[in-house]
Design a protein around this ligand. Structure first.
Ligand code: SAM
Length: 216
């Protein structure tokens, strides 16, 4: 089974990432190494390398590998970057970011998902991630700025507290839109202003919270 997963992972990198336009060598290397099967429960492990989202509990999903790769590539990470991730979910995207950045700060609203992600990353020996359980639409709870921000759930518009926590010259990537299909947007902070660039259409679960969607 171990061999099958390893073969499937290499096929995923070749056919679902590189062949579809992912060129960043760091992203391809890290995603060729991280075992996606570790981030889903048993009934879904055999589908871990199909290029689609999978259920992770609490009505949430682990994102499609191609979209994880695309969002990570758009962040243009280096080993000096401190990254804020909103929506820890299974922790798979967190693990990918941690392999390319100096430190990752990740927020999840559902405690069971955050706790499960903490256990998986801990088991993998990943020690450059800080977890927080709460409403990520309000940003990291203490006054801090980040070189990169990634929102892994759909927002009606970019949450103001997150633009405030992005450094000058920093990049943020997020699915933005109110319908079932959103636009994947890359934001760059220049002279205190946010410049947005649309990459493609995407489908994400909603980000609920004070600066996200209303749950009522
Ligand atoms: N990137 C994750 C992965 O690799 O498994 C998948 C993220 S999933 C598509 C979106 C996540 O955002 C869900 O786990 C959901 O609970 C979380 N979420 C939704 N609203 C949130 C909020 N206000 N603050 C933090 N997390 C939130």
């Amino acid at each position: 089974m171990e061999d099958k997963f390893a073969r499937d992972r290499q096929r995923m990198v070749a056919s679902d990432l590189r062949a579809k336009g992912i060129t960043d060598p760091g992203v391809l290397k890290v995603m060729g190494r991280i075992r996606r099967e570790d981030f889903v429960k048993e009934p879904y492990q055999l589908q871990a390398y199909a290029d689609g989202p999978l259920p992770i509990g609490m009505g949430q999903t682990i994102s499609q590998p191609y979209i994880v790769a695309l969002m990570t590539q758009e962040l243009r990470l280096n080993r000096h970057c401190e990254v804020l991730e909103i929506g820890t979910g299974s922790g798979y995207q967190t693990a990918v970011l941690s392999g390319l950045a100096k430190k990752v700060y990740t927020i999840e609203r559902f405690a069971p998902l955050s706790e499960s992600a903490q256990a998986v990353l801990g088991g993998l020996g990943i020690d450059n991630v800080e977890f927080y359980i709460g409403d990520g639409s309000c940003g990291w709870p203490d006054e801090r700025t980040f070189d990169r921000i990634i929102i892994t759930a759909a927002v009606p518009k970019i949450p103001e507290p997150l633009t405030e926590q992005l450094v000058e010259g920093g990049l943020m990537v997020a699915p933005v839109g109110c319908g079932g299909v959103q636009e994947l947007v890359v934001c760059e902070k220049r002279n205190g202003k946010i410049i947005e660039r649309v990459i493609c259409d995407v489908r994400f679960v909603k980000l609920f919270g004070e600066y996200g969607f209303d749950e009522t």
